[in-house]
Design a binder for this molecule. Structure first.
Ligand code: PXG
Length: 459
């Protein structure tokens, strides 16, 4: 058996069995098998170590999730003691347990508005599938089953189950494993730097909301169940919408009585300086998904927070909602999530992001690379940021298909002890929320170094 908890792991051994038996997500398996995957062995705080002994600053908090950092004893202990007490029981068939009930209460203590009714799932994708089914069933309960179209956006990421894939706007995903779920419509994304032409941010915000209204009128207002969006698109490259965007979107939804769903899988749990992204971006969803930061990624758990309007319809309607998962509200995952939220409260981490490290990081990042020849635009808030890499800033010219600038940059990051994700020609950052000032300085210095190396590679 291989040891997997120390740097003594033999890289080649792990790579060999990995290539023989492990199919990776979002990966060209044949190519990876020839090259060999990077083997991560352990982690502490905001740092990872690989099997070659390299220390790596995790600028992505795993996959946008390890918000409270690695190695937190409070979370480890919560899992350990809950496993001893009750490792599993389900929440179907008129049954509950303390961790599920308490976590629902704990989540409701941090959700805004009336989003106080919690449905559990195990991944963001499952939470999104839950939203799709729940909003459609809501309208069925209301006697309007024909109101079943969901409207989402180009370049949105809502997971990779068939529901999440269909709702999301990722072309590369739609090409595979179809046909997609029907009755999903799509509108443009609010990507001002990339797609607004000569419009000001404000004009563009209005144009994007107009695109929603046009789509609603095209498919028929009485056929639309909900509009779904990430407050800030994450996997799409960290696209921060114009300041007026969500207010305008909300107005359109209200006008046609369309439910508004926030996908908070990345923005939730403090990343933008509030508990949820909808608070930072200024809108009031009827329902929202969360995952990742809910447990800081320590165990898989997700949830949908449901507002009174939808929840009361289900509560008053005397029929089962035929939906759920074996592990909905899993006691061990729930215990970890409770400990995580309590730790976040104890350490005032959301306030730290809002008033201290978030502004600090955004300022330092701009100081480090705003003047860099490769950087066309920086957007971000709190501890999430996206940087557009360009061939020329003014006039704006992108790198064409001849050079995959994001991959060149990502490889330099890998080789220089930094995890930074590339989304096409955009580089994105989403470090653990517990990152210190000194660590944020180090992160920004590394970003500068890697951008310099990237520029050298393509000059
Ligand atoms: N919604 C949003 C907004 C997400 O970011 C999901 C739903 C799906 O969550 P699960 O837990 O089913 O993966 C996500 C997930 C990337 C990347 O490369 C992003 C995600 C997942 C995997 C990779 O940026 N986000």
């Amino acid at each position: 058996m291989l040891e997997n908890n120390s740097t003594s792991v033999n890289t080649a051994d792990v790579q060999t069995i990995d290539a023989e038996h492990h199919m990776h997500p979002f990966t060209n398996t044949g190519a990876l098998n020839k090259k060999g995957a990077r083997v991560i062995t352990h982690a502490e705080g905001i740092y990872l170590w690989d099997s070659e002994g390299n220390k790596i600053l995790d600028g992505m908090a795993g996959l946008w999730c390890v918000n409270m950092g690695y190695g937190r004893s409070e979370l480890i202990e919560a899992a350990n003691s809950q496993m001893k007490q009750l490792a599993y029981y389900n929440t179907f068939f008129q049954t509950t347990h303390a961790p599920a009930a308490q976590l629902a209460k704990e989540i409701a203590s941090v959700t805004p508005y009336d989003l106080n009714h919690i449905f559990f799932a195990n991944s963001g994708s499952e939470a999104i599938d839950t939203i799709i089914r729940m909003v459609r069933q809501y309208w069925a309960i209301k006697g309007k089953p024909y109101r079943n179209i969901l409207i989402a956006r180009e370049n949105a990421y809502h997971g990779s189950t068939i529901g999440g894939t269909s709702l999301g706007g990722m072309g590369g995903m739609h090409k595979q494993g179809g046909p997609m779920v029907p009755n999903i419509a799509r509108i443009r994304q609010p990507y001002w730097y990339g797609e607004a032409g000569d419009m000001t941010e404000e004009e563009f915000g209005i144009a994007c909301a107009k695109a929603l209204e046009d789509k609603i009128l095209e498919v028929g207002p009485d056929n639309v169940a909900a509009f779904v969006g990430e407050p800030i698109q994450g996997a799409g490259g960290v696209i921060v919408p114009p300041a007026n965007y969500w207010t305008e979107i909300q107005k359109v939804c209200d006008k046609y009585d369309i439910l508004l769903a926030a996908d908070e899988v990345i923005c939730g749990f403090g990343r933008t300086g509030n508990w949820f992204g909808c608070e930072t971006l200024g809108f009031k969803p009827d329902i929202m998904s969360m995952a990742k930061g809910l447990s800081s990624g320590y165990l898989p758990i997700a949830a949908v927070a449901v507002g009174d309007r939808i929840a009361n319809a289900f509560i008053e309607h005397n029929e089962d909602f035929n939906h759920g998962f074996t592990y909905s509200g899993h006691p061990v995952a729930a215990a970890v999530a409770i400990a995580n939220i309590q730790l976040m409260k104890k350490e005032n981490i959301v306030e730290y992001v809002a008033k201290d490290i978030g502004p600090y990081f955004q300022k330092k990042l701009r100081e480090a690379v705003a003047d860099h020849p490769l950087v066309g635009h920086i957007e971000g808030i709190g501890l999430i940021a996206g940087l557009a890499l360009v061939k020329s800033k003014d006039p704006k010219e992108l790198f064409g298909d001849t050079v995959d600038i994001g991959m060149v940059c990502r490889d330099h990051c890998f080789n220089n002890g930094l995890i930074m994700r590339a989304v096409g020609s955009r580089m994105v950052l989403s470090p653990p929320l517990v990152i210190s000032h000194a660590e944020a300085d180090e992160l920004c210095e590394k970003v500068r170094l890697c951008f310099d190396l990237t520029l050298k590679s393509v000059s």
